[in-house]
Design a protein around this ligand. Structure first.
Ligand SMILES: CC(C)(COP(=O)(O)OP(=O)(O)OC[C@H]1O[C@@H](n2cnc3c(N)ncnc32)[C@H](O)[C@@H]1OP(=O)(O)O)[C@@H](O)C(=O)NCCC(=O)NCCS
Length: 230
């Protein structure tokens, strides 16, 4: 996230695609809508610029990430850029919406950290009104599935400023493992901040997902047995 809102070199690559190149992955044509318990993740639209510029430019949201665009027009250009990168197959950005409402309240971004998405990097930001509500975790699980199943990544990295307690807590509870400190790696408000590099590897994600599926199934069996006995 911290380096992602706009990268000129990725934009240049998008423009270098030959006109007749066959786009092979369906997600490059349009991102799928991903439905969780509380949220629907969908492709960004230009009309999301207004709500995103209201929700993601506050001091508490933006203080530990690369500065987001400062105006709704800036967000419109950012959204256009995300669509070009998605078509080029280097990047995907989902809007976070609450089920039954179409307003974008946050974003999840994924970019390739090596060609072909073997290693990917993600970032996220959600309007502070929705922090601590389960929206983040619900959306994050959908993105993890997209990254490992659809993009075929084997490793997903994230950077969180050491001082970013919420971002750190959010990553840790998804099973992300801290791998090292990137000293003075984020320039924010004239100050270089240390960040921690976190990673989730595919095997760990699969093991944790299978364990949680088992737990849900066991809970269901226990409940069913209990219901039969009483
Ligand atoms: C990152 C973000 C999307 C997470 O969403 P969220 O709704 O705040 O996340 P959650 O509440 O589900 O999880 C945060 C966890 O960190 C914990 N936490 C909160 N403050 C903390 C702190 N100072 N230190 C450590 N953990 C902290 C919370 O208790 C919570 O864990 P729990 O659910 O087990 O109680 C949101 O906070 C955000 O948009 N932040 C601004 C953008 C940003 O920093 N993005 C980059 C992240 S690397």
């Amino acid at each position: 996230m911290e380096k992602m809102p706009y990268r000129q070199e990725l934009d240049d690559r998008a423009f270098q695609q030959p006109h007749n190149q066959i786009v092979t992955s369906p997600w490059q044509q349009k991102l799928p809508a991903l439905t969780g318990r509380q949220v629907v993740l969908r492709e960004l639209r230009i009309s999301d610029a207004k709500s995103l510029s209201t929700l993601l430019t506050t001091q508490e949201v933006a203080r530990f990430i690369s500065p987001p665009p400062s105006t709704a027009e800036g967000f419109e250009r950012f959204i256009e850029w995300t669509l070009r990168q998605r078509t080029a197959g280097t990047y995907a950005c989902f809007a976070v919406t609450l089920k039954g409402f179409d307003t974008a309240i946050g974003i999840f971004q994924v970019r390739e950290a090596e060609p072909g998405f073997g290693t990917a990097e993600w970032g996220f930001a959600i309007g502070s009104q929705f922090w601590g509500t389960g929206v983040f975790e619900d959306g994050a699980q959908l993105v993890l599935e997209f990254v490992f199943e659809t993009l075929g990544a084997h490793r997903l990295e994230a950077r969180a400023a050491v001082r970013n307690g919420r971002g750190t807590g959010a990553l840790l509870k998804l099973g992300a493992v801290p791998e090292g400190v990137l000293r003075s790696s984020l320039l924010r408000d004239g100050e270089y901040l240390d960040q921690v590099l976190y990673a989730i590897v595919e095997d760990d994600w699969r093991a944790s997902r299978d364990a949680s599926n088992h737990t849900s199934r066991d809970r269901w069996i226990q409940t069913s047995i209990f219901a039969t006995m009483h």
